[in-house]
Design a protein around this ligand. Structure first.
Ligand code: 2NE
Length: 258
């Protein structure tokens, strides 16, 4: 089995599991983390023995808290326009020809909530918390995290999430259609496995055609995302954005309007 630094990758019973392994950062991703998830998606995505991919985080606190703010200085520390190959990551979750299930085991915040949005299905533990924090920390996801979120949960709800930066319970996420099921933490693995094995019993080709067909209608968001990342990079270089990151790291309220 291939070993990585920022993620754990396992294959079992036709199911590949990719777990972000940075619990001390609430599973925030840096450039390397995104690259490793991309490599793992390639490994699982085109392996005929694998029928389902699970994306999750290590521990019981967080699924993923988005970009690693300690690696953000006018841009993140990796590849791509903003220093994170996020456009590639989001597109790949959609392009692998098998369902990707988000196993949401805690906070799904910022880019973590975007990952949940991009996944085909999502199953959350009762303690999971969802939300976007971009406008609080001088950031925004200008592609699937906004435009596609509104297709998943509706325009008004998506705008509320982004304009107010509130946090939402797993139950609320279920009511809004952001997740498919909510179970107690101690039943999360069992529930995810049940869904995965139900999919494994079905025709893989039919499933992959269905996935591509679902994607077709929203694929243009990919272009909006890459265009938006170019804008985001310019925003990251501004004092307003830098104040958001600084305030988060200093554990204080940002002063955007000074
Ligand atoms: C997740 C949340 C709500 C948890 O809050 P709380 O109060 O329970 O814990 P705390 O103290 O904030 O976090 C616990 C530890 O995890 C680290 C914190 O710094 C803290 O470390 P210590 O002080 O114990 O050493 N931590 C948490 N999230 C982190 C992160 N993203 N980067 C680095 N360290 C992190 C709260 O922590 C929160 O709101 N986190 C999200 C912060 C954030 O700004 N995320 C990035 C948003 S932008 C983004 O993801 C993105 C995108 O979606 C698209 C394009 C570009 C960027």
């Amino acid at each position: 089995m291939r070993s990585f630094e920022d993620i754990l990758y396992t294959e079992h019973g036709g199911v590949a599991t990719i777990a972000i392994n940075r619990p001390e950062k609430y599973n925030a991703f840096r450039g390397q983390t995104c690259d490793e998830i991309i490599q793992a998606l390639h490994l699982a995505g085109w392996n005929k023995d694998i029928g389902v991919i699970i994306l999750t985080g290590v521990g019981e606190k967080a699924f993923c808290s988005g970009g690693d703010q300690s690696a953000q200085e006018g841009g993140y520390d990796g590849r791509g326009i903003i220093g994170l190959p996020l456009e590639e990551l989001h597109s790949l979750i959609r392009e692998v020809p098998k369902p990707v299930i988000a196993r949401v085991n805690g906070y799904a915040i910022g880019g973590g909530n975007v990952l949940v949005t991009c996944c085909d299905l999502a199953i959350a533990s009762e303690n999971a918390i969802f939300g976007q924090v971009g406008p609080r920390v001088g950031s925004v996801d200008p592609g699937f995290g906004t435009a596609y979120l509104s297709r998943v949960i509706g325009e008004k709800r998506a705008r509320e999430i982004w304009y107010l930066c509130r946090k939402y319970t797993a139950q609320q996420a279920l009511e809004w259609g952001l997740v498919n099921a909510v179970v107690p933490m101690d039943q999360l693995d069992q529930e995810v496995e049940k869904w995965a094995q139900e999919i494994m019993a079905l025709s893989p080709t039919a499933i992959s055609i269905a996935k591509r067909s679902f994607n077709a209608d929203s694929d243009s968001i990919k272009g909006i995302g890459s265009l938006g990342m170019q804008t985001l990079k310019l925003f990251y270089e501004s004092e307003e954005s830098k104040e958001g990151v600084k305030a988060f790291l200093e554990k204080r309220k940002p002063r955007f309007r000074d």
